[in-house]
Design a protein around this ligand. Sequence first.
Ligand SMILES: Cc1cc2nc3c(=O)[nH]c(=O)nc-3n(C[C@H](O)[C@H](O)[C@H](O)COP(=O)(O)OP(=O)(O)OC[C@H]3O[C@@H](n4cnc5c(N)ncnc54)[C@H](O)[C@@H]3O)c2cc1C
Length: 500
Amino acid sequence: MSKNQVSSNELNNNPDVVLIGGGIMSATLGVMLKRLKPELTIQIIESLPSVALESSHAWNNAGTGHAALCELNYTPQHADGSVTIDKAVAINEHFEQSKQFWAYLVEQGVIESPEDFIRKVPHMSFVRGEDGVDFLSSRFEAMKGHHFFADMDYSENVDEIGEWAPLLSQGREAAEKIATTRVEGGTDIDFGSLTQILITHLKSLDGVSLATETSVRDIDRVPSGGWKVRVRRDGELGSEKIHAKFVFIGAGGGSLKLLQKSGIREGKGFGGFPVSGQFLVCQDEEIIEKHAAKVYGKAAVGAPPMSVPHLDTRVIDGKKSLLFGPFAGFSPKFLKRGSIFDLIASVKPDNLGPMLAVGRDNMSLTEYLYQEVVNTHTDRVDVLREFFPDAEEGDWKLVTAGQRVQIIKKDPEVGGKLQFGTEVVSAEDGSIAALLGASPGASTSVAIILEVLERCFGDEMKTGASTVKEMVSSYGDVLANDADRYASERARADKALKII
Ligand SMILES: Cc1cc2nc3c(=O)[nH]c(=O)nc-3n(C[C@H](O)[C@H](O)[C@H](O)COP(=O)(O)OP(=O)(O)OC[C@H]3O[C@@H](n4cnc5c(N)ncnc54)[C@H](O)[C@@H]3O)c2cc1C
């Protein structure tokens, strides 16, 4: 557990806004709302003893600043061999918005030391074999002309690759065909630390209260306006009621259940499928020191896109470590500290059809998860050896990361579909919004929260348009279409975040 626990037991029963969950999403929304409308009163409710202990905690996610510099699943290849980069461009644009917001918070003195949460770490893609090399070179050709990816280098030369990432070449057969791309300006991010910084700041503002060890049990619409949120504090038998004009369900894996409890029409038909993640963590300081990159490979057949294997430098609480994974697994829990009944309890008459359709149509995912669950330590280290041929079993130990609840959504043609992105679900009147899914995740938290604000705080976004532009300077513009503007925005953000 991190050294800086952020906890409190203040409960305001009549705030303007309730933020359910003390993760990066609620933290980002809270800070933006207070900047847009300082007089708002906000109650944050977190069921665990501190904020940022679930998916946003550094050890529960991979800490990659997803800018689509290395993740091969954002650039699909078509039957004719061509590679599409649209999704990669969109993710990079969103990540730049996140960086702009964090840079603004540094400039405003909210974040004192950006190195407490963000560091520059090169992002690399790595492939093996003829097909892999063909794909990566086509991908490089498709990307290098776009100003977002102009810094990308490509190599099939083992010696050069060994200079970029020694562990990849060490012990590798000379005849093996491999290729990598490399972008020096990638990032490693401790989203737990960032969440703590943001919520500590929020707590210091007038009108903001945080109640940890307090769980939201129910949410009901109040006919005269707003929402009644029923909460229970740990160790107490009875519950308390909070009345709020606006509710944000930012409960991570717990969001689906609360969305269902709210009963809003827009939430009908959604289901969830949990995929757990595990990482191998290196125990040997000498090996850790030899690697300084996030190296992403290709997903196995049937693997969900977020289970792409990667060999990753991390810096958590100032200490460098080396992770490999994630290995997917199955657990019926929707939160790492959830209940084994989460999955079954989430099945309702309105999502049964979509859930069954997804079960029927995703046999390769089921097979993949089964294989992952039965894998032994030796099997996992064998996968690691594809990246780091000299890996020794004894140098690595398995740790369990967070749960990701993939969205199951109604589909008019096939009944139901599994979706790997993030979805904002909001009531028509904008009085409640929930966030489902977890990909690309915390890296794009700013774009996701801007969507929540557009849908639910349209008036405030209009009257506070200049504040929005101060917070996210490229908001409303498209950096993907303007290379000069991108260069200047990026230079400003990178300087403030000390990741030049
Ligand atoms: C294995 C893994 C790897 C990942 N890697 C990356 C990555 O490399 N880069 C990236 O950008 N993203 C990554 N992600 C995704 C990222 O971690 C999430 O998108 C992000 O942390 C979600 O933040 P959140 O605030 O929505 O949820 P959380 O951080 O989970 O916060 C939700 C909070 O709500 C609380 N809560 C739940 N129910 C209730 C209730 N009833 N009452 C009160 N409180 C409640 C929980 O305790 C929790 O603290 C990864 C996720 C996983 C699991």
